[in-house]
Design a protein around this ligand. Structure first.
Ligand SMILES: Nc1ncnc2c1ncn2[C@@H]1O[C@H](COP(=O)(O)OP(=O)(O)O)[C@@H](O)[C@H]1O
Ligand SMILES: [Mg+2]
Length: 264
């Protein structure tokens, strides 16, 4: 298993009192799988992935187990955590502009991790970036690497961020609302890129979204999160046929019709 979360509890301290946000989350991502974590805003989706990457400090109390590529993250040393983040995981966040330095050329931003963390030469790193940008559907990648973020559209930038995520050959991609800001067509294209990469490279991915229909159209398995608890797990075949929880039914009924597919 690439990621195995068991009984994950997380409490934030508020006014000196612990307030539990996650109440025992169980979740798996295997190699070659596209898995979704779906729930309405505030249900604890971002908290779950941020906890998995150990991005919280003292303000959050963690219990349970999070294994990423075999390494236990709960209670791990900062060196172990850094190692897992650098070697095994890529984290794609919602706002691509926030992930890129506005005053640096795209090629420089993307090459940095390869030169700094992996010790590649700048030239080798840039060649790899150009090849990756092409693979995520960016035209004239040799030209794009010399551009600045403000010169690219939102859809293009999201592709750039995906290329950045793939550049270090992660085994696991955690994408937090990575396509939510995009129009429906671009969203479908970006998901197709992820699906191809998952198939071709055998990596695993957790897609976090509030959009159950988007998840249903692309994912192998869906975990439905409500107020810090997984209330339902849906799997192919027959995905929605198995949905019985009233919360899941309400997500099915309230999602935008545009994303619906007859077989979903
Ligand atoms: N750093 C934090 N400190 C305190 N409470 C937080 C923090 N981050 C998130 N929360 C709370 O945790 C809950 C879940 O938030 P979040 O995981 O961001 O939800 P989602 O990503 O599903 O929209 C919310 O009630 C939010 O207010
Ligand atoms: Mg969130």
């Amino acid at each position: 298993m690439l990621m195995e979360i068991r009984g994950l509890r997380l409490a934030f301290e508020r006014d000196g009192e612990p307030v539990e946000i996650l109440h025992g989350v169980d979740l798996d991502v295997a190699p070659g799988e596209l898995v979704a974590l779906v729930g309405e805003s505030g249900s604890g989706k971002s908290t779950t992935v941020r906890a998995a990457l150990r991005l919280y400090g003292e303000e959050a109390a963690l219990a349970g187990s999070i294994r990423i590529d075999g390494t236990e993250m709960v209670g791990a040393s900062s060196g172990t955590i850094r190692g897992v983040r650098a070697e095994s995981v890529a984290f794609v966040q919602q706002d691509p502009r926030a992930a890129l330095n506005p005053v640096r050329r795209i090629g420089d931003s993307l090459a940095e991790r390869l030169t700094r963390v992996h010790g590649w030469s700048r030239r080798r790193a840039l060649e790899r970036i150009v090849e990756l940008l092409r693979s995520v559907g960016i035209s004239q990648p040799e030209h794009r690497v010399r551009q600045y973020p403000h010169e690219l559209s939102g859809g293009m930038l999201q592709r750039v961020v995906i290329a950045a995520a793939l550049s270090t050959d992660p085994k696991l991609i955690l994408a937090d609302e990575a396509t939510s800001a995009l129009d429906v067509t671009t969203q479908a294209e970006v998901l197709a890129i992820f699906q191809r990469q998952i198939r071709e490279r055998g990596l695993g991915m957790l897609l976090i979204t509030h959009d159950l229909h988007l998840a249903a159209a692309s994912c192998d398995r869906i975990y439905v999160l409500r107020e810090g608890e997984i209330v339902e797990t849906l799997a192919r075949p027959g995905l929605f046929a198995g949905a019985s929880h009233p919360y899941t039914r309400s997500l099915i009924e309230t999602a935008p019709v545009m994303n619906r597919r007859a077989d979903a």
